[in-house]
Write a protein that binds this ligand. Structure first.
Ligand code: AMP
Ligand code: MG
Length: 190
């Protein structure tokens, strides 16, 4: 059987990686395996070898043309991976010059996902999670701006569905309800 390709998105700090890891643990016991790929890591590897950044959180401030170049190279590499593939990335990236589509047409045509998941929660919960995460250089913004970003991601996801015919799934990762989010994510993946 041909593998499934599922793209996981969500604004920084919403807890995509945590939900995915919990869901994958559940699925492993059922014999369902996914290769877990981080789009940003693929981009960062290219960026480091091209010597354009030292930190992954610097990439979103690079010139738009450079970001698109890194994005395209990452998509080409990811497209080569076979089997069930789960790709942790962003529906849109907030740059100093506005939102950059995370999955523009040339990325979607390489990957052709079956489903795009949007991990979401209340804007103020995301704000608190960012303030408590010292491991990353998260954007400093208020809950209104976070809300706008989440809204923009819903809109742009609809465009992605039009290009690929993929399904769009919202998974809510609310405080104290990680278990529920992981169950919903597992249902999408199985
Ligand atoms: P993350 O670790 O998921 O926050 O990703 C780190 C960085 O990788 C992001 O801040 C973006 O600069 C970049 N990135 C990840 N996915 C994409 C994408 N699909 N398109 C453009 N940039 C991306
Ligand atoms: Mg992450």
């Amino acid at each position: 059987m041909q593998g499934r390709k599922v793209i996981i998105t969500g604004v920084p700090g919403v807890g995509k990686t945590t939900v995915v890891n919990e869901a994958l643990k559940k699925l492993k016991s059922e014999g369902v395996e996914y290769k877990s790929i981080n789009f940003g890591t693929f981009m960062f590897d290219v960026a480091k070898s091209d010597n354009v950044v030292q930190d992954r959180d610097q990439m979103r401030t690079l010139d738009r043309a450079v970001q698109k170049h890194l994005q395209k190279r990452a998509a080409q590499e990811i497209a080569k991976v076979t089997g069930n593939v789960l790709i942790d990335t962003h529906a849109s990236v907030k740059t100093p010059k506005g939102y950059l589509a995370g999955l523009p047409e040339w990325v979607l045509r390489e990957i052709m996902p079956d489903t795009i998941v949007l991990v979401e929660t209340d804007d103020d919960q995301i704000l608190m999670r960012r303030l408590n995460d010292e491991t990353r250089a998260r954007d400093k913004e208020g809950s209104r701006a976070i809300g706008e970003h989440q809204q923009f991601n819903r809109s742009i996801a609809a465009a992605y569905a039009m290009i690929t015919g993929c399904t769009i799934k919202y998974v809510i990762n609310a405080d104290f309800l990680l278990e529920r989010a992981a169950d919903e994510m597992a249902n999408v993946l199985r």
